[in-house]
Design a protein around this ligand. Structure first.
Ligand code: AMP
Length: 436
């Protein structure tokens, strides 16, 4: 299928062609036609699937159509025709950028973001000016609604992006309040990883005869990647598991992820002292050094790379046989980005996650996001002593994240801090029974 066959305005087809897109993605093919027909939609599709364009392009079609209508009298505040709600400021900025990119040939397009952490002044000015698309986080938009500065009476299309995350963040009341301030006859499209529980109830309340669109998860597309999970009792156990895995003969090249730059440096140093050909790769390193490290990986001078999420984006080295999550990612979508570094170019790959008990909240969120269970595995002699954490029960209506434990702090500092670095890896290098 081509963009031409989607009945989009010529300026939009030109913009996506300029952006280098050859054909619409799966979610775009399935969501754009009903969205153009004015249907309400419930869409499950991950970041990276092209979901932003799947609602931004239909939104821009409405903006283009509005250009033929009489303009509101000067001095009146009309408010936006399109309102997009996102859970975070970063996502709002990304959507705004997409709207500007895809709308680059739309005459006088005006896109505005209203997010927290930014002074009110400029936002107030933009809200009064002619406005096509407003992208907002619910908290800040509520402030402007309550002060009477945001006018939502002309909204034709309401988009809830990452609705499940917005509800996890406790935005249920602001969302209801905002939706009430928009016309009943609007079109509503909702994007969410799941539509169970409280997200489903919100959909029932806000959508009319919605069409459900499910695009298979990204990990399903990564069918060549086997995923495994090892539960570790503590940090020392996690190190012992890593050391064992890295000595396996099946490891061609391994990409080990840590949560922070400091951990990447620390772990690369420890593995280096154990005799691995290893380097760290993170955003704190000068670009020249990063390039040399990547070169070392491609030329196979390096067998192990210890990296952070940001630095590892876009690494495409087909000989990476193992991705090892030593520190868990901050966001579940980063897990998908991480494991996608292996299993490339028709080879199979192994993605191993080492988790401590305090990581169980994130493990559940990853499993929910990918809609897959990660099989738990043990290594003989290195079995965990503690029992595997159980999935938390589904929350009662109105409660937070489906799997989040109350007060869970998956990324908090280790109680008692990190054990001092022990040189030469004598403590950790044996795969035999751990000292108990
Ligand atoms: P999203 O899932 O909306 O975050 O988009 C993920 C990435 O895919 C973005 O970098 C887009 O620029 C890109 N993208 C969106 N649609 C297409 C397409 N039809 N062809 C190629 N890339 C696309």
């Amino acid at each position: 299928m081509s963009f031409d066959s989607l009945n989009l305005h010529e300026t939009l087809v030109r913009a996506v062609t300029t952006a280098g897109y050859a054909a619409p993605t799966d979610v775009q093919q399935r969501a754009i036609p009903p969205a153009l027909a004015g249907q309400d939609l419930m869409v499950s599709s991950n970041t990276g699937s092209g979901k932003t364009a799947s609602f931004v392009l239909p939104a821009l079609m409405r903006v283009l159509a509005s250009r033929a209508l009489p303009r509101p009298p000067r001095g009146t505040v009309a408010g936006p025709r399109i309102l997009v709600l996102t859970p975070t400021r970063e996502l709002a900025m990304q959507v705004a950028k997409a709207a500007m990119d895809y709308g680059r040939f739309v005459p006088h397009l005006s896109v505005c973001t209203v997010v927290g952490g930014v002074p009110y002044g400029l936002q107030l000015k933009q809200l009064r000016a002619p406005l096509d698309i407003l992208i907002a986080t619910p908290g800040r938009l509520i402030d402007h609604l309550e002060s009477g500065k945001a006018v939502l009476g002309n909204v034709e299309m309401l988009v809830l992006d990452e609705a499940d995350r917005m509800l996890d963040m406790g935005f249920i009341d602001p969302i209801h309040h905002i939706a009430k301030a928009t016309p009943k006859a609007r079109q509503t499209v909702m994007y969410s990883a799941t539509f169970g529980g409280h997200v489903g109830r919100l959909a029932e309340e806000l959508l009319r005869a919605p069409q459900r669109i499910e695009v298979s998860s990204q990990t399903e597309a990564h069918a060549d990647i086997e995923q495994r999970l090892h539960w570790a009792d503590d940090f020392q156990h996690k190190n012992a598991l890593l050391d064992h895995i890295l000595t396996e003969r099946s490891v061609d090249q391994a990409l080990v992820f840590t949560s922070t730059q400091r951990d990447a440096d620390w772990l690369a140093e420890r593995l280096g002292e154990m005799g691995h050909s290893v380097a760290a790769l993170h955003g704190g390193m000068p670009q020249g050094r990063r390039n040399r490290v990547l070169q070392g990986l491609r030329s196979k001078h390096l067998r192990v790379l210890v990296a952070t999420d940001v630095a590892a984006r876009g690494i495409d080295v087909p000989t990476i046989s193992h991705v090892i999550n030593f520190g868990l990612p901050m966001k579940e979508e980063d897990y998908v980005h991480r494991i996608g570094r292996t299993g490339r170019a028709g080879r199979s790959g192994l993605a191993v996650t080492l988790a401590e008990r305090r990581d169980s909240g994130m493990i559940h969120r990853i499993q929910r996001y990918t809609t897959q269970r990660i099989a738990t595995t043990t290594i003989a002699g290195l079995e965990p002593r503690r029992v595997e954490p159980k999935p938390a029960p589904r929350p009662a209506p109105g409660q937070g994240a489906a799997f989040a434990r109350p007060g869970a702090k998956p990324f908090g500092p280790r109680p008692g801090g990190r054990p001092a670095f022990k040189p030469a890896g004598k403590t950790f290098s044996k795969a035999g029974p751990r000292p108990r």
